[in-house]
Write a protein that binds this ligand. Structure first.
Ligand code: SF4
Length: 382
């Protein structure tokens, strides 16, 4: 296939696929699926070898959010029966993080629901980081606290945060359809603030919210323009009690095409298989490891993931290795001494288009709300 030969050549040079090429990847047929995965796999191996980076989520504050992001079980008006709790104490968070590190996680992602942190919240997170680093000095810390001011970004950097996650989620064109309480531009501003403060920028997307292929491609192109270091690709978990609970549109094959498209647009960037992988990729999860170089271990913020031991088995069985502490994650040309990216971060932009993946039947039986780990008295899944 000419398209794939061209995309492999470009990817091996670190060049991004064009908008038309990215759309063409999403339009490939199931007959071509293995060829698409093989091509994306060559690019993945060029920049990341056979390493898989493990990341572990700690939900510092769960539920009770005043924002209305339609996909989120923690949103204003959500009736999903999720765990709801206010800030974990630093030692509680450190204990949760330690379980992830013991399971093989190289990065701990500290997440809090809400529009954005107060300065007091930022200090709480600073105390939490100190407690985590006391137990695991080498662990990478990513914070995900919502919209951030420049000053707060700088304070987090000083407190030892390595990366900041703030997803664009979808294209600028349709952002207003999934959220009315903040804008796409607000999100772009936070990605830029974290980047400018010397934090490694982590920003990704959620597929399966009713977006078109053009929206998906525009979102990933916007992330490329923002020069982010890591791109988490989430597949919508249609929580009962949220406006998108009926959106079961993804097929395992289309999920793989979305991951491959992301790899071809962002060849030398950490592409992370994130929420929803178990319920949408199902038995095709190991194929995704040929495209992405990073996954979350264990549970998500408000839902269960597959057992951490099953993740480790899957990685080993598919012929990959868990990335170790001290091993660089990013290719050398994307690294700087302070953990940020070597690339410049120019302006982001995005637009729209047409139809998404084939409809799939609802699999609500596959969504299990989290009842263990952070915020509970039960051991975590790592
Ligand atoms: S995604 Fe974040 S800001 Fe939006 S509703 Fe959920 S917790 Fe709140």
């Amino acid at each position: 296939m000419d398209l794939l030969t061209r995309l492999v050549d470009k990817g091996l040079r670190g060049e991004s696929a064009t908008r038309e090429e990215a759309l063409a990847v999403l339009a490939t047929s199931d007959d071509d699926l293995l060829a698409v995965v093989t091509a994306a796999g060559r690019v993945r191996r060029r920049w990341f070898g056979n390493r898989v980076k493990l990341n572990y989520l700690v939900n510092l504050k769960s539920g009770l959010c005043p924002e209305d992001c339609s996909y989120c079980s923690q949103r204003l008006g959500s009736t999903a029966g999720i765990l709801k709790y206010s800030w974990l104490k630093p030692q509680e968070a450190a204990e949760a993080a330690e379980a992830g590190v013991a399971g093989g996680a190289k990065r701990v992602c500290l997440v809090a629901s809400g529009r954005g942190p107060t300065d007091r919240d930022v200090e709480r997170v600073a105390d939490t980081i100190a407690a985590i680093k006391d137990r695991a000095p080498d662990v990478e810390i990513c914070a995900c606290l919502g919209l951030l001011s420049d000053r707060q970004a700088t304070r987090l950097r000083e407190a030892g945060v390595d990366a900041y996650n703030h997803n664009l989620n979808t294209s600028e064109e349709v952002y207003g359809e999934i959220c009315t309480t903040h804008t796409f531009a607000d999100r772009v501003r936070t990605v830029r603030s974290s980047h400018e403060a010397g934090l490694s920028a982590c920003s990704g997307l959620i597929a399966g919210m009713g977006e078109t292929p053009d929206d998906l491609v525009d979102t990933v192109l916007a992330l490329r323009e923002l020069a982010v270091d890591s791109v988490p690709v989430n597949f919508l978990i249609p929580f009962e009690g949220t406006p998108l609970s009926e959106n079961w549109t993804l097929t395992p094959q289309h999920c793989l095409r979305i991951l491959a498209m992301t790899r071809f647009v962002c060849p030398d960037v950490e592409v992370r298989l994130a929420g929803g992988r178990e319920i949408h990729l199902r038995t095709l999860q190991p194929l995704a490891l040929h495209v992405v170089n990073s996954i979350f271990l264990g549970d998500y913020l408000t839902s269960e993931g597959q057992p951490g031991a099953a993740d480790l088995d899957m990685i080993a069985d598919a012929g990959f290795e868990v990335e170790q502490a001290g091993e660089p994650s990013l290719p050398e040309h994307r690294r700087t001494r302070d953990g940020g990216t070597a690339a410049d971060a120019p302006a982001a932009d995005a637009s729209s288009g047409t139809a998404a993946g084939s409809p799939a039947s609802a699999r609500t039986d596959l969504v299990a709300l989290r009842r263990r780990g952070a915020g509970t008295g039960l051991p975590p899944n790592a």
